[in-house]
Design a protein around this ligand. Structure first.
Ligand code: PAF
Length: 309
């Protein structure tokens, strides 16, 4: 098969490297930056895993036309880049190719529903822990299950492609299952991100510090409970105790710098609109008060407004 990974961030590089070293499929990485793509093609990716450093040869390009028809496309760009990327790669998409979108939050769901004309797209959430340590270099810090599924009723052909995608990921060492209720899993992950990402970004702390501080723990609890009320009002079947689940993730990833804090430190726009911002948006439609999420959105946007140009 010809596999394309769009976006050389931590998750994109982890997927491309794992597929490159553990399967015989042709793997391409699509980057928006032509110089970096040339560098990645020459050097390959460097995967640091279980104390080993593995060189993973890949083809990389900034020109989607160079890739041609693909079988599976992993879309692993930030949520706010989804609309633009989809318009650039539209000619790669066909009924024969499955696009799997792997973003944090829920901001990308409406965009995919509006822009994808074929039935051949799915979404996924992953609990893999990967950190980008340099261009094309990733540290694979933790393993966790990935779940993939359709938001719409898919035909037989798309279902076969989804199963092939799960098989490919499992062969690459990324434990994956197909699920019929992917939206529930997306919201479960969203609730964890609602409680951790913005709060670590505005407090400048590691994930493990949130439950230890009474004031931060209260803010985490309020933010997650507000988002959980929105999920329940929408009929999403979230886990029984999302606050406990979020605190468990804080402890399991205690030394992590959350992706949003990493973005703030690198002065890159965050995924706040797709996470707490999306909760605020949904809450307004339903008339549910979400003051803690509104405060987190304001605080993160204030940090973004002070980036040095
Ligand atoms: O975005 C992140 O950083 C991660 O999803 C998580 C689970 C919050 C751990 O840092």
């Amino acid at each position: 098969m010809k596999i394309v990974v769009i976006g050389p961030g931590a998750l994109g590089c982890l997927l491309a490297a794992s597929i490159a070293i553990r399967t015989d499929h042709e793997i391409w990485l699509l980057d928006h930056d032509p110089d970096r793509a040339t560098q990645l093609s020459k050097r390959g990716l460097l995967l640091e895993e279980n104390g080993h450093r593995l060189n993973c040869p890949i083809k990389a390009t900034a020109d989607p036309a160079e890739i041609g028809a693909a079988d599976i496309i992993f879309l692993s760009v930030k949520s706010h880049a989804v609309a633009e990327v989809l318009s650039k790669v539209s000619f790669l998409l066909s009924e024969k190719c499955l696009l799997l979108a792997l973003q944090n939050g829920i901001g990308h769901l409406d965009i995919l529903q509006e822009r994808m004309h074929s039935n051949c797209w799915a979404i996924g959430v992953t609990a893999q822990g990967a950190t980008l340590t340099g261009t094309g270099s990733i540290h694979h810090a933790g393993r966790g299950i990935s779940r993939i599924g359709f938001l719409h009723a898919a035909d037989d052909h798309a279902s076969v492609l989804l199963k092939k995608t799960a098989a490919l990921l499992n062969m690459a060492g990324i434990e994956t299952e197909t699920v019929p209720n992917i939206l529930d899993h997306v919201w479960d992950k969203l609730l964890v991100n609602v409680g951790i990402n913005a709060l670590t970004a505005v407090s400048g702390c590691q994930n493990g510090e949130l439950p230890e501080s009474p004031s931060l723990r209260k803010r985490l609890t309020d933010a997650v409970n507000e988002a959980a009320s929105v999920a329940r009002a929408k009929g999403v079947r979230i886990g029984a105790d999302p606050v406990a689940a979020t605190i468990e993730v804080c402890r399991a990833t205690a030394k992590n710098i959350s992706s949003m804090l990493q973005d703030i430190r690198r002065q890159r726009f965050t995924e706040i609109d797709a996470i707490n911002g999306a909760v605020v948006h949904e809450a307004r439609l339903l008339g549910i008060p979400v003051p803690e999420n509104e405060r987190l959105v304001r605080e993160v946007k204030n940090l973004e407004a002070h980036f040095i140009p």
